[in-house]
Design a protein around this ligand. Structure first.
Ligand SMILES: Cc1ncc(COP(=O)(O)O)c(C=O)c1O
Length: 383
């Protein structure tokens, strides 16, 4: 007898990332679809992990994270965003940003609560909201500028709004926040019971000399915000799945109640290694923008003579290309065709919109070595 299971996530199927990566692997294409580098974390960081593996750091780490790592995160936040946070009470090391997002949403969302998110949205947000009985309110970032429509945010707020989930620098559009955006956000949430969850995994990848506006920069926002980040994006180590969540102490206390029963603690040798590396090499995260800006410029320059239209992205390691002059195919159809015909895999962004997705945009990840970018660009220019 087959026992019937009631799915908690009936609408979730295979993600577009899995579909495109599988097709890409099957056909041996250049995979610019999923967001991961094809180069290794810094040598010194890898050596530190090996060192700690061989020197006794192999048992459970403290539930909140290795104290030295939390201290280094606090020092970085003070340095970059001018906010002093409590090492003991306001930082939790998580199993990637993904766990931080999962736990933060679990911490604040109850049955019937509404959560505002901006489309195209990272694919984990809505399922976690649904698992908690919440309702997702989608606000699109409309092409071609993909800017936030703050009036639409105001109009979307109801007595049930409990959380606004932001992801800036934004994957996949590269949209960033300005100080004026933070001021508008403060005006909107002031005197409400709305929490904020800020997914800042691309905090160090922002171009052309512009400073990232972390929600931690703003005292009034920081009081109601969970900020999530990831070492995966910063140190080319997406496979380690180590991130962190910063929130005021009363929110962190509730966050940790869930974190401790979900994973308890995070891979210990890497936490010790990251703590040492942050102390020894702060220039690595400070130089990351420059590192990726060179890759963005290289990729965009190589595509100048292509038939795609684009504006160089302001942040992240993703470049959107507009193919509207090439074909009327949907972005999903065209992404498949590019894999099959020229062996280059990308991500169609319509998959991340609830309604009225902009057509004709594909996302390409340029976190790749120069030879890979050159070969991919040459194939794209041949169209
Ligand atoms: C916007 C965004 N948030 C969260 C994550 C997940 O980060 P992690 O791999 O640290 O869980 C990603 C990874 O692609 C991302 O792009």
């Amino acid at each position: 007898m087959t026992i019937q299971l009631t799915s908690k996530l009936p609408h979730v199927g295979t993600t577009i990332f899995s579909t495109m990566t599988k097709l890409s692997n099957d056909l041996g294409a250049i995979n610019l679809s999923q967001g991961f580098p094809n180069f290794d974390p810094p040598d010194a960081l890898r050596a530190l992990v090996t060192y700690h593996l061989n020197n006794g750091k192999n048992q459970y780490a403290p539930m909140a994270g290795v104290p030295k790592l939390r201290a280094q995160i606090a020092a970085k936040v003070a340095d970059l965003y001018g906010r002093n946070i409590s090492v003991d009470d306001e930082i939790t090391v998580t199993n990637g940003a993904t766990e931080g997002l999962f736990v933060a949403i679990n911490t604040v969302i109850n049955l019937g609560d509404e959560v505002i998110i901006f489309d195209p949205a990272f694919d984990s947000y809505q399922p976690v909201i649904e698992l908690n009985g919440g309702r997702t309110i989608h606000i699109p970032l409309d092409a071609p500028n993909f800017a936030i429509d703050w009036q639409r945010v105001r109009d979307s707020i109801s007595p049930k709004t409990r959380l606004i989930l932001l992801n800036f620098p934004h994957n996949p559009t590269g949209t960033i926040l300005t100080p004026a955006d933070l001021e508008t956000l403060v005006e909107i949430v002031r005197d409400t019971n709305i929490f904020l969850l800020s997914d800042e995994v691309y905090e160090h990848i922002i171009f052309d000399g512009i400073a990232h506006q972390s929600l931690l920069c703003h005292a009034e926002l920081a009081e109601r915000t969970f900020v999530v980040s990831s070492f995966g994006k910063t140190y080319h180590a997406t496979g380690w799945k180590i991130g962190y969540c910063i929130a005021p102490s009363h929110l962190t206390a509730e966050f940790r109640k869930i974190h401790q029963f979900l994973v308890y603690s995070i891979f210990s040798p890497a936490q010790h290694a990251l703590a040492d590396f942050l102390e020894q090499s702060p220039e690595t995260h400070k130089n990351l923008a420059q590192f990726y800006q060179q890759k963005r410029d290289r990729f965009c320059n190589l595509l100048t003579d292509s038939r795609f239209k684009f504006t160089p992205t302001q942040s992240t390691f993703f470049q959107l290309l507009d193919y509207s002059t090439l074909t009327d195919l949907t972005d999903i159809e065209y992404a498949r065709q590019l894999i099959q015909d020229i062996g280059v895999a990308s991500i169609p962004i319509s998959a991340f919109y609830k309604e009225k997705p902009p057509q004709h945009y594909l996302r390409f990840c340029f976190a790749k070595d120069d030879a890979t970018l050159a070969e991919a660009a040459s194939r794209l220019c041949g169209i």
